[in-house]
Write a protein that binds this ligand. Structure first.
Ligand SMILES: *Cc1c(COP(=O)(O)O)cnc(C)c1O
Length: 359
């Protein structure tokens, strides 16, 4: 697709940008540009643009504001050791974006256009890609922009990519997280949107996340909505259970769990190493019992933003328990180091995982 580029005349100076990039935190230091592509039912994808980052003008009747037709992705670009820029498995994000689009009755964007849009933004905002521990977090998303109050799939959409410079997700090193088991709230149900990366899933999880904070926890873990027994995932991260006998369990995808690319990559690495990995239902009662008996030695949560985060403690209305010594286990640490090195192209990984961006 041909993108028309307009440079931002108000782009930050090298000095101002360097200042911001020194301590970017997560999700608040945005680059100078954005990519947009419009879609209409009659004209399809059109007006692909790389342009100054600015506010959208939205009609108050825009469908997304009322019926929440919105999906998104999250992926990172890294500064390679040779000075170039790479992305990690972006075609997987493109594929999942289209799976989300189908579930939400939204138009599909060709995979190569999705990847190209990310590359166009990286090229124009290349100076915002940090070295060291940091990365450029890309946020492609799409929303219904048609001004119309009626319950039907919209006939106009906007696809957009924005980006922010991010530091390490956990300030002061990766501390183990504590998680709260939600009693009343579910994230997803059979036939629902749990496997789609849509904003609505997050909206539905926020009250449970607030409850977790009230209980002194960092994150909430959701159980299945039918039996309220099987462990599914956190609000935005998948879970892995590592046992003392070396085996690994992760809950199976089945429509209610978001198919994480970090999850899939870890599964691949473990299986290639010959580790016995089961994708099987794991109950909260087993979790509590295995933690108590010492059968379970480590648990971690994973996703693009944090990569791997050890889970040290679980709190629930049925009582609290600690996993292992409550700290970050050696296998979690080793997996994080290994995956991070592969993502950054500092260690060899499976063919095709590292996507070099032509600058
Ligand atoms: C994005 C997301 C994940 C992690 O997916 P990655 O592709 O690994 O970043 C896990 N769970 C939920 C609910 C998510 O939205």
């Amino acid at each position: 697709m041909r993108f028309e580029t307009t440079r931002n005349p108000a782009a930050l100076s090298d000095e101002a940008r360097t200042d911001l990039m020194a301590d970017p935190g997560f999700g608040r230091v945005f680059t100078d540009h954005m990519v947009t592509i419009r879609w209409t039912v009659d004209g399809g994808w059109q007006e692909a643009r790389v342009r100054p980052r600015e506010a959208f003008q939205l009609d108050p009747a825009s469908a997304v504001l009322h019926y929440a037709q919105e999906i998104f992705e999250g992926l990172k670009a890294y500064r390679a050791t040779d000075g170039g820029v790479t992305m990690f498995r972006p075609e997987q994000n493109a594929r999942r974006f289209n799976e989300s689009a189908r579930r939400m009755a939204m138009p599909e964007l060709p995979d190569d256009v999705f990847v190209q849009a990310c590359e166009e933004l990286i090229r124009v905002d290349e100076k915002w890609v940090p070295g060291g521990e940091g990365s450029l977090y890309l946020r492609p998303f799409m929303f219904a922009s048609e001004a119309f109050l009626g319950v039907k799939p919209a006939s106009e959409f906007i696809f957009c990519v924005i980006a922010c410079t991010v530091g390490a997700y956990f300030k002061g090193g990766a501390k183990p997280v504590s998680i709260w088991v939600s009693d009343h709230y579910n994230r997803a149900g059979p036939g629902g949107t749990g496997a789609a990366k849509c904003g609505g899933n997050y909206a539905a999880s926020l009250v449970a996340q607030a409850e977790a904070i009230q209980h002194g926890c960092d994150q909430v873990v959701f159980l299945d909505s039918s039996e309220h027994k099987w462990v599914e995932e956190l609000g935005g991260m998948n879970l892995f259970f590592l046992f003392a006998d070396g085996s690994v369990v992760t809950p199976p995808l089945g429509g209610t769990i978001l198919p994480g690319i970090t999850r899939a990559s870890i599964l691949h690495l473990l299986r290639t190493d010959g580790v016995v990995v089961e994708e099987r239902p794991y109950s909260i009662d087993e979790w509590r019992a295995d933690a108590a008996s010492g059968k379970l030695s480590e648990v971690f949560a994973c996703g693009t933003a944090a990569v791997l985060a050890a889970v040290g403690q679980v709190k629930s209305s049925q009582g609290d328990f600690v996993i292992g010594n409550g700290g970050t286990g050696l296998r979690t640490e080793a997996l994080r180091t290994r995956l991070t090195a592969i993502q950054r192209g500092q260690a060899p990984g499976p063919e095709g995982w590292v996507h070099t961006v032509a600058l």
